[in-house]
Design a protein around this ligand. Structure first.
Ligand code: RIB
Ligand code: CA
Length: 314
């Protein structure tokens, strides 16, 4: 399977990159402003790929501002000032490629040979993906699947009702949900909060990779778990974005159903909410995506562990 990963690294995005690199043919990483600004998300993507021994994977930077032109609120309380907690990743000697993310995605999807399925996984705000859907609908429709970590069928985190990726750019999310792709899959907060790496897992993993080239991932997960525990009552690090990659690479680990989802784009308290129409009605709005509602958390933790081991130790 070929994957294009659009992300905003971000601590759990870093894990998502590792899972994609380990379990797919990761064609490229594109970056978007989200957890932190585009300069940091792009530098972090380059640094994480270096740490994974994958400097061959190109990085293309995309939009920092939202569709409306806002510079959104960042998630530094969870991801730290630069997006990798308190850990300073070695700065990559590489630079992002000159072609912008959306132009690259359109070109790459159009020229893809179709031998392997081609998926776009998005683990940040959907700004780049919305521009792709609007400016290159033929390329957008050619994707075999789009897996997004975002939204929620229950509570939010950015606000009581809105999840951060949806809340950051609701207009972009609504464009993507309304674009009519046949295989759009939403892994919302209601699901990703059930896939946790607890303190015992993190301590065991830290011991496993101590002194290795991927020990820094243990440091990042340690920070992430502590930052989440400081703010929430959740018993572990929710590696939200790794789930969205696994939905593409390991679909057998998930249960999903088709629903109509609408994103609230008004300026009230519901802004950024993803309304999932679960009414038991015979006649309602046609489904526009699959909502993932269950996951095999133990199997996901095991594949995350494997993806974070030093290169060559698999
Ligand atoms: O709400 C969780 C999402 O917001 C994740 O993608 C995390 O990286 C942040 O971007
Ligand atoms: Ca993210």
């Amino acid at each position: 399977m070929d994957i294009l990963l659009d992300c905003d690294p971000g601590l759990d995005d870093a894990v998502a990159i590792a899972v994609a690199a380990r379990f797919s043919n990761l064609l490229a990483v594109t970056t978007v402003g989200g957890n932190v600004g585009l300069d940091h998300t792009t530098a972090n993507a380059l640094a994480v790929l270096d740490l994974l021994g994958r400097p061959d994977v190109p990085v293309h930077s995309g939009h920092d501002e939202t569709i409306r032109g806002d510079i959104p609120i960042r998630a530094t309380e969870f991801h730290g000032r630069t997006g990798t907690g308190s850990i300073e990743l070695p700065r990559s000697v590489r630079a992002p490629d000159s072609l912008d993310a959306v132009g690259f995605l359109a070109k790459t999807i159009r020229s893809h040979d179709g031998v392997q399925p081609l998926w776009l996984v998005a683990s940040g705000p959907l700004t780049n993906v919305a521009y792709l859907a609007s400016s290159a609908p033929d390329a957008f429709a050619k994707l075999d699947g789009i897996s997004w970590m975002g939204g929620s069928a229950t509570y939010g985190n950015a606000t009581p009702g809105a999840e951060f990726n949806a809340f950051t750019d609701p207009e972009a999310a609504q464009i993507v949900f309304a674009a009519g792709h046949s295989n759009l899959i939403m892994s919302g907060l209601h699901l990703t909060h059930t896939v946790l790496l607890d303190r015992l897992w993190i301590d065991r993993f830290t011991a496993e990779v101590a002194g290795s080239s991927t020990a820094v991932f243990a440091e990042m997960l340690d920070y992430y778990e502590r930052s989440q525990r400081a703010v929430t009552t959740i018993a572990g690090a929710a590696v939200h974005d790794a789930v969205a990659v696994a939905v593409a690479t390991h679909p057998q680990l998930f249960e999903a159903q088709r629903y109509a989802v609408e994103v609230m784009t008004d300026s009230g308290a519901a802004r950024g909410m993803t309304l999932v129409d679960r009414r038991p009605y015979r006649v309602k709005a046609p489904a526009n995506c699959s909502v993932v509602d269950a996951a095999d958390g133990a199997a996901l933790a095991a594949l995350i562990w494997e993806s974070l081991l030093p290169p060559g130790i698999h």
